[in-house]
Write a protein that binds this ligand. Structure first.
Ligand code: B12
Length: 439
């Protein structure tokens, strides 16, 4: 009989501490299809997407694989405990395991730190001979991998795109960012041919779209150019996230747009230069943001944004001005997060040292809950300003202006209806005081 592992992509808790459940899950992570592709022949794998599926706690799998992301790691902890009660072996990996392995080890039998590609087989061998170590870590020497096992998620109610990864890590050194604190500025990328193999496979499975889940697809502009010239031939559509740097490369921006990229997410973080400097994002200049956003949307790529509320230089005025700023730009799906020190990041170490963390239970950290002291604002003020910004940015007229009245609407009505649905969904979450997210 084959040995079996059950991978679980956990959901998160809502404010009433209930696991969030949905009918459809748009974003499927790539970790489990990758880990499943690296299993020896005599192993089989099952993936459970908890947001849309019940966890089969009575599984015949003896080994349980769990990931953990940010504050969602609390759900991973609770799932791990349930499986431990049932005598299963729980192995954990992913960003929280990599950043805070000591914490994660308190509820998992074994913790894989960093990338799994080169150490995962050793972990499985140790498990088979009953000699699992507490921690596993091996930096990858060359970024290459077999075709991900997408087949394990195809029968589930997922979005109309699959994840593909070209590169990993980011050369920027923003101290609050989990990716910088895991990869320390190292950027590794796969050969264009190998990435194209995955994208072609996604297309052969009947998908017209894919999500490049890279942390910063413009980390090496020449590489991105070579990749996009190949992607263009497939006549597919794709989206991704990257540094605003992309707007500084006119030719590249055009090539990216021509290759089918229709949406990029930018970490703009703040409109206050001092706030950006305080989080080591000195290379971003808010004064340039309007021009950058105009350029990217002008090239035919819609922009989603991520911004932070409650960095040290923020004031009531600057945060209110942030809402004005967003409303004055073509950003189609703006998102905000309260400044949170993620355990394991340099920012967390700095906040601990300065004794500024007021919430000692890290499982209470969330995107909508201020947990550190601030020079000008109380935590209650930050929380209130957070919802005030969201309320203003997500009024019905503002949503319509961004989506249906978008001047590119007629070019692709289906796309803008999709953005309209995303905006309305975020609005409904805001009304229920849930930090907007498509799980
Ligand atoms: C796609 C994605 C999502 C999707 C899908 C989520 C999912 N559960 O898979 C969506 C949009 C739903 C999402 C949501 C969230 N996300 Co997210 N997401 C990503 C993104 C862009 C790609 C993930 C991915 O597939 N990577 C590719 C795979 C191959 O890499 P990997 O996941 O690192 O896996 C490798 C290793 O880590 C390891 N590994 C991973 N898991 C496991 C498990 C086991 C058992 C083992 C052995 C090894 C292992 O093996 C893999 C191969 O080497 C990452 C950025 C990134 N670079 O990872 C952010 C990221 C992981 N997300 C992040 C966050 C904060 C969140 C949210 C908490 C956001 C929010 N505010 O609500 C939620 C949490 C949702 C949840 N239920 O857990 C942070 C995590 C920070 C942290 N310290 O944990 C990241 C790093 C983004 C960032 N720059 O901050 N996310």
């Amino acid at each position: 009989m084959k040995k079996k592992i059950l991978f679980i992509q956990p959901t998160i808790y809502d404010d009433a501490d209930r696991p969030v459940k949905k009918r459809k899950l748009y974003f499927v992570g790539l970790a489990y299809p990758v880990l499943a592709s690296l299993l020896p022949q005599d192993w089989e794998a099952e993936i459970c997407l908890e947001t849309i599926e019940d966890i089969p706690f009575d599984t015949d799998a003896r080994l349980i694989g769990l990931g953990g992301m940010g504050h969602a790691a609390r759900r991973s902890r609770d799932i791990a405990r349930e499986f431990k009660k049932r005598g299963k072996t729980v192995v954990m990996g992913g960003p929280m395991a990599s950043l805070a392995p000591g914490i994660v080890k308190t509820f998992a039998d074994s913790v894989l730190i960093g990338d799994a590609e080169e150490i995962w087989p050793a972990l499985l061998r140790d498990y088979e001979r009953g000699a699992l170590n507490a921690f596993y870590k091996k930096e990858i020497s060359r970024f290459t991998r077999p075709l991900p096992r997408y087949d394990l998620v195809l029968d589930k109610n997922i979005g109309d795109f699959l994840p593909v990864q070209a590169g990993r890590g980011c050369p920027n050194t923003c101290k609050f960012c989990s990716i910088y604190c895991i990869y320390r500025g190292v950027y590794l990328r796969r050969d264009v041919d190998e990435v194209m193999r995955d994208i072609r496979h996604v297309k052969s499975l009947g998908f017209r779209k894919f999500l490049l889940i890279d942390d910063n697809i413009v980390a090496e502009p020449q590489y991105l150019k070579a990749l996009c010239l190949e992607i263009k031939k497939l006549k597919m559509e794709w989206m991704s996230q990257c540094a605003i740097e992309i707007a500084r490369h006119d030719e590249l921006l055009k090539i990216v747009a021509d290759s089918g990229c229709y949406n990029l997410s930018f970490g703009l973080e703040s409109i206050v230069q001092k706030s950006l400097d305080a989080i080591d994002k000195t290379w971003c200049h808010p004064a340039e943001y309007p021009e950058i956003l105009k350029k990217v949307t002008g090239a035919g790529i819609e922009v989603a944004s991520e911004m932070i509320v409650g960095i040290d230089a923020d004031t009531k005025e600057s945060l209110r001005a942030t809402a004005d700023f967003v409303l004055g730009t073509p950003i189609i799906a703006p998102k905000f997060y309260i400044m949170t020190p993620i355990p394991g990041t340099d920012y967390y170490a700095e906040m601990c040292k300065a004794n500024r963390i007021v919430e000692k239970d890290i499982y209470k950290f969330s995107p909508s809950n201020a947990v550190i002291t601030h020079p000008h604002l109380t935590t209650a003020e930050i929380n209130a300003l957070y919802w005030e910004i969201y309320e203003r940015v997500y009024t019905i007229p503002n949503i319509l202006r961004r989506t249906l009245f978008n001047r590119r609407f007629l070019k692709n009505p289906k796309r803008y209806f999709f953005f309209l649905m995303v905006n309305l969904y975020y609005r409904s979450q805001i009304k229920r005081k849930i930090a907007p997210n498509i799980l």
